[in-house]
Design a binder for this molecule. Structure first.
Ligand code: BGC
Length: 338
């Protein structure tokens, strides 16, 4: 089959031939991948900043934001049938399984020995076929097919959002989102839908398509922290420096959740944190429940909101566009099959 492969020896990324997965065993299903999205994590892996091939192999199929269709099932699969639309979860349990993995919360794995498809130790989904345990697949209604590729990034937001609301000790009203990439935009809608006043801070001009899209839905758009005041800040921009700087906008009891900040040495405003009862948290990955919430939430959005986010390209262009995405494309999605 064709796949977007990262070769760790030759340090090369290319769409190339890759062995088909083995037939599904008991409890497993074979899925035909329809589409797979690209995110900053894929760029990090393809830059060899993090990520690893499966044990004993020297290449990794990238891709973890996928949607596929069940083709066939092994024995003892009772929840899925051929033709069902599914989104795979990314992470798989550590072995033999820590208390959190055993409890179905591998997103909160205690050992760090988990594996992640397309990232750490398991091939991903930027390819034509995959085999997975039925338990690792989340069913998606057929009417969401056109946007199901957004379920995985939306699941990550569901987890972070739930965490922010749980950690805030008062009655939060105002949310500041750092970054207007796909995660920032989806996070803004999530908070907006839940009744919050939402501001997105990003570098693009207020006339840019994404700033206009946000503004048209009632989200405030700003390029500076001046005058911003927020109960919850969600960092969706990759900058720990900006995240910490944004703490001056945090109101009392404020919560800052880091979602994508790259490693950085930062100075904490410790006195303000103490006096303000502030909380800083980090959030990664998502549980099945968050995937299911993401499916439900995306199903409520207007297709006219979601459509402008997606920029579809054929799989053949995946290596070429990973580092040079078309300007103004919010989320690159590669079509793998029809
Ligand atoms: C994925 C998560 C994953 C994380 C770290 C993110 O891009 O959405 O599922 O846990 O990268 O590897």
């Amino acid at each position: 089959m064709r796949a977007l492969r990262l070769d760790f020896d030759a340090q090369r990324l290319q769409v190339a031939s890759h062995p088909d997965p083995s037939p599904p065993q008991s409890g497993e299903v074979r899925i035909r991948i329809l589409e797979c999205g690209v995110c900053g994590t894929d760029r990090g892996v393809a830059s060899f900043e993090f990520g690893s091939p499966p044990a004993g192999e020297r290449s990794l199929v990238l891709g973890h934001e996928a949607v596929g269709i069940v083709e066939s099932a092994g024995s003892h699969v009772f929840t899925l049938s051929p033709g069902d639309l599914v989104v795979p979860m990314v992470r798989r349990d550590c072995t033999p399984g820590c208390a959190m993995c055993r409890r179905g919360r591998r997103d909160n794995c205690l050992t760090g020995d988990y594996v992640e498809r397309g990232i750490f130790g398991l091939h991903g989904y930027m390819c034509e076929y995959a085999v997975d345990r039925a338990d690792d697949l989340v069913p998606v209604p057929a009417n969401l097919a056109g946007f199901a590729v957004l379920v995985e990034p939306a699941s990550v937001i569901e987890k972070a959002w739930e965490m922010a609301l749980r950690l805030h000790q008062g009655e939060p009203e105002r949310v500041l989102i750092l970054g207007a990439g796909p995660i920032g935009i989806l996070a803004a809608w999530c908070a907006l839908r839940d009744g919050f006043a939402v501001t997105v801070l990003s570098q693009e001009s207020p006339e840019s398509p994404r700033a206009r899209l946000l503004a048209s839905q009632g989200v405030q758009y700003t390029r500076t922290l001046d005058g911003a005041g927020a109960d919850i800040v969600l960092e969706c921009c990759g900058s720990a420096e900006l995240a910490i700087a944004s703490m001056r906008a945090l109101r009392r009891l404020g919560v800052l959740v880091l979602l994508g900040a790259r490693p950085a040495e930062v100075r904490l405003p410790s006195l303000d944190m103490i006096v303000g009862n502030h909380v800083i948290a980090g959030s990664v990955n998502a549980s099945r429940e968050h995937f299911e919430k993401a499916v439900a939430r995306l199903g409520k959005y207007d297709a006219a909101w979601l459509r402008p986010l997606l920029h579809r390209l054929p799989l053949a262009r995946a290596a070429e566009t990973l580092f040079q995405p078309p300007p103004d494309a919010v989320k690159i999605v590669h079509r793998v099959s029809d």
